[in-house]
Design a protein around this ligand. Structure first.
Ligand SMILES: *[C@@H]1O[C@H](CO)[C@@H](O)[C@H](O)[C@H]1NC(C)=O
Ligand SMILES: *[C@@H]1O[C@H](CO)[C@@H](O)[C@H](O)[C@H]1NC(C)=O
Ligand SMILES: *[C@@H]1O[C@H](CO)[C@@H](O)[C@H](O)[C@H]1NC(C)=O
Ligand SMILES: *[C@@H]1O[C@H](CO)[C@@H](O)[C@H](O)[C@H]1NC(C)=O
Length: 967
């Protein structure tokens, strides 16, 4: 295209030289226009008709020619989405009079040659994106320029002084730019000026003297600048003025007296300055006034009754001043008044009844000192004029009385605000006749009674504000008919009953405040469906039950639910009664209370809630619900919890490998190596040597004569232990189990009253301590993975040997000095006379959260799969660094549930221990977490067996990071 244009231009220039005057139809205009077009971008191809092959531009889009000379005189290309620059091609249009390029997207600066185009009279470049300043010499040779508009661009810099010399100018519009500096002092020499619009710039300084010279001035708009000083004192000499706008500047002083001569003026806008003094009575002489805005100044005194002479007045804004007294009754003569805003003054008196007799559409009287009864302007008597009322704001006055009962006459009312008065009585049923009303605000009054069910008739309602009254009763379910309702504020009343489910059908609700009432019942779950909700405050009521789940309620701030003691859910840090499946959760403090219980309370009841857990398949999850609540009787044998005070383990030969039949000495069996204790029996009773305590006994450390450390577990379940034969058979079986990842049982000691198990000593503390003790350096990802894999291998081996661990937990997994995990304490449940689950549960109740649900379900057999459950929980514990069950003040966080929730929400990576600081491979972490969740499946058959787990883990392990493990 550009190439074609260039070729064309070259041809034109050549031919122009060669054939000159023999081709009269072929003129400079085509060249100029094509040249101009070449500088534009025309994304919507509006200038398609502008073809270089066409010698007659007069039919081109937006082009007008002189009918006799066929020369281009006008260019109207407004609003065509053109961008690019205003090119110099226009200089080749010597007969152009009107250049109108408004509302495009033209950029670049203003070319000072533009004003030199021979006959240009009108330039309209408004509504573009021109930048830079207006060139200083733009107006020096302005020819016949009459009207210029650069309004709504991005012009900066100061006004050129040359502006004052362009005496042909009639209209200048530089509004809405960022022009700074002062008005040129000679500006009022522009004797022909009829319209000057400099509003919305950054102009400052005083308005120069001499405006009175402009006899023809009709419109002056200097609003929204930074002008200071006083209003021009001679403005009254501009006797043709129709519109004056000096609003939003820093002007001070009073209204100049000469203004009384502005008898033709229809609009005066002086709002947002610092003007003061009284509004003079002569204001009533400006009988052409249709709009008077004196708002946001410091005017004081009474509103002059001469305003009543302004019979054409349509809009009156006196708001935000210090007017006192009552509005003059004479204003009843302003028949044409449509909008009156006198809010935020010091006006007194009653609600002016004249206001409602003359068809006013907007009456804003808020923030004054009006008193008296709102019933007094009897609505009934003035029905016809009321029907036009669209906005009524009487808020923040001192009005009293009841809300008129015939609100129905306000059939066009859109906005109704009577808040912050002293209104009493109840809300009339006729509120439902406000069919057009979008906002009803009756807050901060003394209203009582209930919200009428007729409110459902207010079908256009978007905002209902009734807070801080004495309203009682229920929220009427009919409110559901107000389907546009967006804001509902009913706080600080005495409303009661439950929150109607119907509210959850108000799908536009964004802001709901029901706080500080007496609402009861539970919150409808369906509230979670309110997708627009941004605020929902139900604090300080008597609500109970669970907070809705999902949607806004996942992130509802605590402050919005406070003060409802029976409300539950994670936001209020209070767990809900076991409506939802939970894994086994026992009270961890129960054993403490056992010791202190009186003889009459030997049996302590503990509620076990067992939950349905969700099996997570490789990609999907399947929900299997099993809910059971079991009461466990915990046998308390206080005698049992204490070991015999005196042990008679003394003398080397007593610890021989041979059976000793003396019941006082008992029998020590070591499966291998030396059996001599260096420190002897002494160590067994020495508290300093105690290294742990578990459900089955206390563990001490001692050193054998050969220098080996061993851990000795003193069983505290003596009376439950089987006969010596059975005990020995079981222990020997366990003694055969030797695996790198299992704590080896080295031997045992038996007397009827004391049994000891002698284990390999593992130096480096339990997994529990590695994970949960505060000042430890936490294990790295690789270490954690190895721990999981090692545990899995140990358990897989255990299961191959047909031993069920029964008591998996992180305190039972020891870490040796090379970081290798060793699972200990396995198989001890078999030492109990019977696998009584109650006893079992009580013995291993410290394994909270690790216990498979079938422990409480008598019909399900305990198998290896119960260990897999515990392993699954351990996996999650290792990965998250969190305990399987964490007790908050009055809530319980169950690890499995938390992780499962996170997986459902697609943010399972966030569960990984924060101490790892993202220093872990997601491609390993996520599958390991999923594996943990599968292992912790509710239903045993959904859990893999440990062999499979080992295989899966080895697959998961990143090949590059993998390392060969010894089996
Ligand atoms: C104006 O132009 C700018 C950049 O050239 C572009 O991003 C913007 O969308 C245009 N606006 C209009 C209204 O065409
Ligand atoms: C105006 O032009 C400037 C570049 O001069 C550009 O960054 C901006 O987006 C434009 N504005 C509009 C509204 O097109
Ligand atoms: C004004 O111009 C500046 C600088 O070119 C640009 O960043 C800004 O977007 C423009 N403003 C408008 C409203 O186009
Ligand atoms: C100045 O131009 C703007 C934008 O085109 C327009 O809205 C405004 O009415 C004009 N001012 C006068 C006094 O005509």
């Amino acid at each position: 295209m550009v190439l074609k244009v260039l070729v064309f231009l070259v041809l034109v220039l050549v031919s122009a030289v060669v054939v000159e005057s023999q081709q009269p139809t072929f003129n400079d205009d085509v060249l100029g226009l094509i040249f101009f077009k070449a500088g534009l971008k025309d994304p919507t191809a509006k200038l398609q008709s502008w073809s270089a092959d066409d010698n007659d531009p007069c039919n081109w889009m937006g082009v007008k020619c002189d009918p006799t000379t066929y020369r281009v005189t006008e260019l109207h290309l407004d609003g065509l989405s053109l961008s690019g620059h205003v090119g110099r091609g226009l200089l080749r249009l010597p007969f152009l009079q009107v250049l109108s390029l408004s509302k495009n997207n033209l950029t670049g600066t203003i070319n000072s040659e533009l004003s030199r185009i021979g006959s240009l009279q009108v330039i309209d470049l408004s509504g573009n994106n021109l930048s830079g300043s207006i060139p200083d010499d733009f107006f020096t040779q302005c020819g016949s320029l009459r009207s210029i508009s650069f309004a709504r661009n991005n012009l900066t810099g100061e006004l050129p002084a040359s502006l004052s010399s362009c005496s042909t100018l009639v209209a200048v519009n530089f509004s809405s730019n960022q022009i700074s500096g002062q008005l040129p002092s000679g500006i009022w020499y522009l004797r022909s000026l009829q319209s000057l619009d400099m509003s919305g710039n950054l102009l400052e300084g005083e308005i120069p003297e001499g405006i009175g010279n402009l006899y023809d001035l009709r419109r002056i708009k200097l609003g929204n600048n930074r002008f200071s000083g006083r209003l021009p004192g001679d403005i009254g000499s501009c006797s043709h003025l129709k519109s004056v706008d000096f609003s939003d500047n820093y002007l001070y002083g009073s209204l100049p007296d000469s203004m009384r001569k502005l008898g033709s003026c229809s609009s005066i806008s002086l709002g947002g300055n610092s003007l003061r003094g009284q509004v003079p009575d002569w204001i009533g002489e400006l009988t052409s006034l249709e709009s008077l805005d004196l708002s946001a100044n410091n005017f004081s005194g009474k509103v002059p009754s001469s305003l009543g002479n302004l019979q054409l007045l349509r809009e009156l804004n006196l708001s935000m001043n210090q007017f006192t007294g009552a509005l003059p009754e004479s204003m009843a003569n302003c028949y044409n008044l449509l909008a009156i805003d006198v809010s935020q003054n010091l006006l007194t008196g009653n609600v002016p009844s004249w206001m409602f007799k003359m068809g006013v559409q907007g009456a804003l009287i808020s923030g004054n000192k009006l008193m008296g009864n709102v019933e007094s302007p009897s609505l009934a008597s003035t029905v016809p004029s009321y029907q036009g009322l669209r906005m009524l704001d009487l808020s923040s006055n001192a009005l009293s009385g009841e809300i008129p009962s015939n609100l129905g006459v306000l059939s066009s009312l859109l906005f109704f605000n009577m808040s912050r008065n002293h209104l009493f009585g109840s809300i009339p049923a006729s509120i439902g006749e406000l069919k057009a009303t979008q906002v009803i605000d009756l807050s901060h009054n003394l209203l009582n009674g209930s919200i009428p069910s007729e409110i459902g008739g207010a079908v256009s309602l978007k905002e209902l504000r009734l807070q801080r009254n004495f309203l009682s009763g229920k929220i009427p379910t009919q409110i559901v008919k107000c389907s546009s309702l967006t804001i509902l504020i009913l706080s600080r009343n005495n409303l009661s009953g439950s929150i109607p489910t119907a509210i959850s059908n108000l799908s536009n609700l964004q802001y709901v405040d029901l706080s500080l009432n007496d609402f009861t019942g539970s919150l409808p779950k369906e509230l979670a469906n309110l997708s627009q909700l941004m605020f929902f405050n139900i604090s300080h009521n008597h609500l109970h039950g669970e907070l809705p789940l999902g949607g806004f309620f996942n992130t509802i701030p605590t402050s919005s639910v406070l003060g409802n003691p029976s409300l539950c859910g994670s936001v209020v840090n209070r767990s809900c009664p076991a409506v939802h499946p939970k894994p086994i959760v026992l009270n961890p403090n129960s054993s403490d209370s056992i010791g202190g219980s009186s003889p009459n309370h030997h049996r302590k009841k503990i509620v076990l809630s067992i939950s349905a857990l969700i099996a997570i398949g490789a990609a999907a999850f399947i929900v299997i619900g099993v809910v059971a609540i079991t009461v466990l009787n915990i046998h308390v044998h206080s005698s049992m919890s204490r070991a015999p005070a005196a042990l008679t383990l003394s003398g080397g030969e007593d610890f021989s490998c041979s059976p000793n039949n003396d019941p006082n000495y008992g029998k020590l069996v070591m499966f291998s190596g030396d059996a001599d204790f260096v420190a002897g029996a002494h160590a067994l009773l020495n508290k300093d040597c105690e290294i742990g305590r578990g459900g089955f006994g206390v563990v001490y450390r001692t050193i054998l004569r050969d220098g080996r450390s061993v851990a000795i577990k003193k069983l505290t379940v003596s009376s439950l232990i089987k006969s010596q034969d059975e005990f020995e058979r079981e222990v020997k079986r366990l003694g055969k189990i030797r695996h790198h990842n299992l704590v080896a049982l080295e031997g045992y000691y038996w007397t009827p009253s004391l049994q000891l198990l002698i284990y390999e000593f593992v130096s480096n503390d339990s997994l529990y301590k590695h994970l949960h003790e505060p000042d430890r350096s936490c294990p790295s990802w690789r270490q954690r993975f190895n721990i999981i894999l090692g545990m899995a291998k140990g358990l897989a081996y255990l299961h191959r040997m047909n031993v069920i661990h029964y008591n998996l937990k992180s305190t039972n997994v020891l870490i040796d000095c090379s970081g290798e995990p060793k699972v200990g304490d396995f198989g001890l449940a078999r030492l109990l006379p019977t696998l009584d689950r109650c006893v079992l549960s009580s013995k291993i109740q410290s394994a909270l959260g690790y216990m498979a649900p079938e422990f409480a379900c008598k019909t399900v057999k305990i198998t290896e799969k119960s260990d897999v459950y515990g392993f699954g929980v351990l996996v999650l514990e290792v990965i998250t660094g969190k305990k399987p069950v964490e007790y908050m003040e009055d809530d319980v966080v169950v690890l499995c549930e938390m992780v499962r929730g996170a997986l459902e929400d697609g943010k399972v990576e966030e569960c990984v221990d924060g101490r790892l600081r993202s220093n872990f491979p997601t491609e390993e972490a996520v599958p390991v977490i999923k594996l943990g969740l599968i292992c912790a499946s509710q239903v045993p058959s959904n859990r893999p067996d440990m062999e499979e787990v080992v295989n899966i883990l080895e697959l998961i392990q990143c090949p590059s990071e993998g390392q060969e493990e010894l089996e």
